[in-house]
Design a protein around this ligand. Structure first.
Ligand code: NAD
Length: 371
């Protein structure tokens, strides 16, 4: 039986509430599955600051580097609003992304049929939607130098950010998009602004060349980022995998996310490069939402984004595709039965809390596995 080591970092606010539900799923897998998960839990964010004066300790970072994958809840809250910039809760997440070199951010936008009416778009536009947005996470305009505000005289200042991409950065993220497209609808839409940006011209050239050289079996098209935003709300089902840089990916993934309803439903994965000998990637899985301090500890948090993040972990870190599919189906089945946490509640359905939703999903997984 294969054994995998997971580091659990629940964090702050609702982080511990929703992580407890992911742990229920892991307990079920350990009791019923083909693989075994060994977990270690540690502090991150405000909780780590309170304990160590740092938003993630060096000791925790070492465990993260040694683990097969990291499951992350959420960090932050008003309690830590006044702490220093370098030790603020979010710095812990940024250090994890940087030290694990997580350059590929995967954000699925899946519309569960039971929730199609929660979208701001019409049911027929979003029902059955299944898009994967691949965003480059460690380069581009958020990190390029120079990055500064300078005084240019006459009471004027100049703000400068630099959009910069090298060939290898574009190639490695494009490779992730092509590889994942092969496991899904076999289509990549690469999005940039080559009409006005040199980095967009290079992006387009590198993706086109890589596609022709190594992935000629995958359909590739190119769409300007502004047009892509428009098409995402006009007819999103035309997309399978959307590939974009850090800046456009930040915006397009949020647009795509909102097609599907609530923040409490959205998982994500961040992957590093495959190790040269083992082929394993460093990886961190987390819900898209924050620590929701307004509902922390009330038992109202929706655990689905966290549990769906665990499903991504099974799929992308451990190639346990069948179990990941069954876990996603268990989430859909609990929703089909009319169970809703407060954030996705509508008339005539059954409102449940965090633990009831987690238990219902495990019960669906269990029932489907015994059927
Ligand atoms: P948020 O995502 O925490 O909450 C926004 C709204 O959505 C709130 O009303 C909240 O109750 C609701 N919500 C979020 N997740 C939910 C869930 N699972 N179930 C039910 N309702 C849910 O964003 P915010 O309020 O802007 O930020 C709160 C804190 O979280 C801040 O300190 C912020 O810096 C931090 N934050 C952390 C992360 C992260 O850890 N990755 C991401 C975003 C924000």
């Amino acid at each position: 039986m294969a054994t995998h080591r997971l580091l659990l970092l629940p964090g702050d606010g609702i982080g511990p509430d929703i992580m407890a539900e992911a742990v229920k799923v892991l307990d079920w897998i350990n009791a019923n599955g083909t693989d075994r998960f060994e977990t270690e839990e540690d502090l991150v964010g405000g909780a780590a600051y309170d304990a160590h004066g740092q938003s993630i300790s060096d000791a925790t970072m070492k465990i993260a580097l040694d683990a097969d994958a990291v499951l992350f809840g959420a960090v932050g809250g008003p309690k830590w609003d006044g702490v220093g910039y370098d030790v603020r809760p979010e710095a812990g997440l940024l250090r994890l992304r940087k030290d694990l070199q997580l350059f590929a951010n995967l954000r699925p936008a899946i519309c569960y049929p039971a929730l199609a009416d929660s979208s701001s778009l019409k049911r027929d536009v979003v029902e059955g939607l299944d898009i994967l947005i691949i965003r480059e996470l460690t380069g581009g305009v958020y990190f390029g130098e120079p990055k500064e505000i300078i005084d240019i005289g006459n009471g004027q200042k100049r703000g400068i950010d630099t959009q910069v991409y090298d060939t290898f950065e574009i190639e490695r993220i494009a490779r992730v998009a092509f590889e994942l497209a092969r496991t899904r609808g076999n289509k990549v839409t690469s999005s940039e602004k080559r009409n006005v940006m040199k980095s967009g011209v290079l992006w387009n050239e590198v993706v086109t060349a890589l596609g022709a050289r190594d992935y000629s079996d995958v359909a590739l098209d190119h769409m300007l980022a502004d047009a892509c935003g428009m098409q995402l709300v006009r007819w999103p089902k035309q997309f399978d995998v959307i590939l974009c840089d850090n800046l456009f990916g930040d915006m397009l993934s949020d647009v795509a996310a909102m097609l599907t309803g609530s923040l409490g439903m959205l998982p994500s994965a961040s992957l590093g490069a495959p190790d040269a000998t083992s082929g394993k990637r460093k990886a961190l899985y987390e819900p898209v939402h924050g620590s929701a301090p307004d509902i922390a500890g009330t038992g109202a948090a929706n655990p689905i984004a966290m549990i769906a993040s665990l499903a991504m972990c099974l799929r992308y870190s451990f190639n346990m595709v069948d179990l990941a599919d069954r876990l996603d189906a268990a989430i859909a089945a609990a929703l089909d039965k009319g169970l809703r946490t407060a954030d996705i509640m509508s008339d005539g359905l059954t409102q449940v809390g965090t633990t009831e939703m987690g238990s219902a999903i495990v019960a669906e997984l269990d029932a489907a596995s015994r059927a």
